[in-house]
Design a protein. Structure first.
Length: 256
């Protein structure tokens, strides 16, 4: 009897977990773009070799109260067509995913994305939305007010935050497109493969620049106008890479 209850418990738990997952099949992964809006809380995004976008609700109550039986929740940003508090709209190779849950209510997700897709994310300052992205080969475009952490990136980055830190580690960089990484009041910590060929534009206002790369030949051109600014052709130069912070420091490190 006891063992039957235990088995039933785990079967029920498996059903709950399954109900909290939503999959979106992507036909043309390389040209696909995932656009994420209005997520709150920690949001881990991970690239993998599959062909589905897999969104898992880690926390949140999406079941209407008993008094709402027969009624549908009304949201200003769309309709919950997934059962986990998000609206999904698909048009050709662009998938728009909007979190409908107000920032005053608990909701937390994790997302797995085909690694060659591009990912774009935006969220307002009222949402405590720290973002972690790892193992992505496509373009990553993030605009937020909080921390951004990028691990094992390969494609171009366009990152901006108001009051967060930005930490980036790269895998093999396979692009000639421009990179832009900027924070208003946070530090920026970038680990580049040691042989990366890029034109660096580093700019801080009230912070400082630190690196274990050899900037000897460019230090004489270092501008000091209320801060530091330098341009440097690393390993002979290549794609444009702009890094800037107003009140934080820049840390540029040698990777593998």
């Amino acid at each position: 009897m006891k063992s039957s209850i235990i088995v039933l418990f785990f079967l029920l738990m498996a059903g709950v977990i399954s109900a909290q997952e939503y999959k979106i099949n992507v036909q043309n992964i390389k040209d696909g773009r995932l656009i994420l809006k209005d997520f709150s809380g920690a949001l881990p995004i991970e690239g993998y070799s599959g062909s589905d976008i897999i969104i898992t609700a880690v926390a949140g109550n999406f079941t209407p109260p008993e008094k709402a039986k027969g009624l549908k929740p009304i949201y200003p940003s769309g309709s919950d067509n997934t059962g986990i508090g998000i609206d999904v709209e698909k048009a050709d190779n662009i998938i728009n995913v909007t979190c409908l849950i107000p920032f005053t209510q608990e909701s937390e997700y994790k997302i797995r994305v085909p690694e060659n897709m591009s990912v774009e994310l935006s969220s307002g300052c009222e949402r405590n939305n720290d973002v972690t992205v790892k193992n992505m080969k496509g373009e990553i475009d993030i605009k937020t007010c909080h921390d951004i952490k990028i691990e094992n990136a390969s494609g171009p980055l366009v990152l901006s935050t108001i009051s967060g830190n930005i930490d980036i580690t790269f895998g093999t960089i396979n692009t000639t497109k421009s990179f832009s990484v900027h924070s208003v009041s946070g530090d920026i910590d970038v680990t580049l493969p040691v042989k990366t060929a890029t034109n660096l534009d580093l700019n801080v206002v009230s912070g400082a620049i630190y690196s274990d790369f050899d900037f000897t030949s460019s230090q004489k051109n270092l501008k000091k106008i209320g801060g530091n600014e330098t341009n440097y052709a690393l390993n002979g130069g290549g794609f444009e890479f702009s890094i800037g912070s107003v009140s934080g420091n820049i840390y540029l490190r040698k990777g593998q």
